[in-house]
Design a protein around this ligand. Structure first.
Ligand SMILES: Nc1ncnc2c1ncn2[C@@H]1O[C@H](COP(=O)(O)OP(=O)(O)O)[C@@H](O)[C@H]1O
Ligand SMILES: [Mg+2]
Length: 367
């Protein structure tokens, strides 16, 4: 079929997708934009996902386009309403933002505006302490959003214990591209997610002994010298704790929202609370709390109680599940390797909650 005719067929198929809330078809409502058909039936178009739109709509339009005869491939460029252009420094003195900056506290970050200019939203996954499943949640959040059709990157900022390579089963070394003097590191792509980790650059088992200033430098390099390309969401697996690395990260880039992970019993240590306070101090909205490893052994409900008490959203509960360990061993995130397992299905739900919390946070910040 010639490209023009194929384009018409795809347009027609997309007009058959109705928005579940408004009942309008997604073409006449302006959600679908810049439809192009290239060689071999390669279809690409932008899809504007507004705050009130369900994320599953992306999946639906993709499926509709893929079902058209003679379509070879479908690339959906998901556009989120972008609030990154809102002036940040002024916001710090006002009442806006997540934290309500108090006089005399740490000044609001002043991120370089061009750093990560092609990245729509940055989400930091953080925890008070290590071993609570922070990397596991970051991994599955990234994989789940990529599966929905978003362009997703995952930055392993846990330079003390980079375990993203293992969780994605990646052992390759990233390639360097570009002219001498302006080289860029190419992220590795696995399970639809663009990845960067210090683990890819270190020799096996080489200890990463670093202190604050060095950490800030490495993170900055990972942001400036990695060719992230256009991304809808960059998930950052933060180092545990509430120290220099966390502060320098949120001061290096404009983090749009933070997700706090805790186990039921770690709630009592006060580490999570300190973590939440740290983000609030630098005016980064905390999107909510995830409770991980809930179950007989550790009990459950602590994360939800803490969320209520701190007036934060509860983003979901992930049970202790053998599927998670198997996924780690196999190098495939649980939401992909065991989507129907108790942990797999709850992690997919957590991803949906995070995404909608992110979009509401953005909406609030819109001028
Ligand atoms: N819900 C869960 N069920 C079973 N094992 C889990 C679960 N969450 C995490 N784990 C395991 O616990 C260990 C620590 O998780 P990880 O994500 O590396 O923690 P962190 O990044 O906070 O240090 C990993 O071996 C991981 O596979
Ligand atoms: Mg980790």
């Amino acid at each position: 079929m010639n490209p023009e005719a194929l384009k018409r067929s795809v347009m027609e198929a997309l007009s058959g997708v109705l928005h579940p809330h408004t009942g309008d078809d997604v073409v006449s409502s302006g959600h679908v934009q810049n439809l192009e058909v290239g060689e071999g039936g390669a279809v690409r178009f932008s899809f504007l996902l507004r705050t009130e739109d369900p994320g599953a709509l992306v999946k639906e339009v993709r499926a509709a386009a893929e079902a058209v005869e003679d379509v070879g491939s479908v690339k959906v460029n998901v556009q989120l309403p972008k609030a990154g252009s809102a002036p940040q420094p002024e916001a710090a003195s006002g009442s806006g933002g997540g934290g309500g900056l108090k006089p005399g506290s740490v000044p609001a970050p002043t991120p370089a505006p061009d750093l990560l200019g092609d990245v729509g939203h940055v989400v930091a996954v953080s925890s008070g302490k290590g071993g609570v499943g922070k990397s596991m949640v970051a991994t599955n959040l990234a994989a789940a959003l990529a599966r929905e059709g978003l362009r997703v990157g995952l930055l392993d900022a846990d330079i003390y214990g980079p375990n993203i390579p293992r969780m994605f089963g990646e052992t390759r070394r990233p390639e360097v591209s570009g002219e001498k003097g302006s080289e860029m590191i190419e992220p590795l792509e696995a399970h639809g997610v663009r990845l960067m980790s210090l683990g890819f650059l270190l020799e096996d088992e080489q200890p990463a002994i670093m202190r604050g200033p060095l950490i800030a430098g490495i993170l900055k390099q990972f942001l400036e010298q990695v060719n992230w390309g256009p991304l809808d969401v960059l998930v950052v697996d933060m180092p545990p704790g509430t120290g220099d690395a966390q502060l320098s990260l949120v001061q290096t880039i404009d983090v749009h929202g933070a997700v706090m992970v805790t186990t039921p019993q770690a709630v009592s240590t006060g580490d999570v609370r300190r973590g939440v306070k740290m983000f609030e101090r630098v005016n980064t909205p905390v999107l909510g709390i995830v409770e991980n490893m809930a179950g007989e052994m550790f009990g459950e409900g602590g994360g939800e109680r803490l969320a209520r008490e701190m007036e934060l959203q509860f983003l979901g509960r992930v049970p202790l599940d053998v599927a998670v360990r198997r996924a780690g061993d196999a190098g495939t995130p649980t939401v992909l390797s065991a989507p129907d397992s108790p942990a797999g299905s709850s992690l997919a739900e957590v991803a949906r909650q995070v995404f909608s919390a992110l979009r509401s946070a953005e909406e609030v910040k819109l001028p």
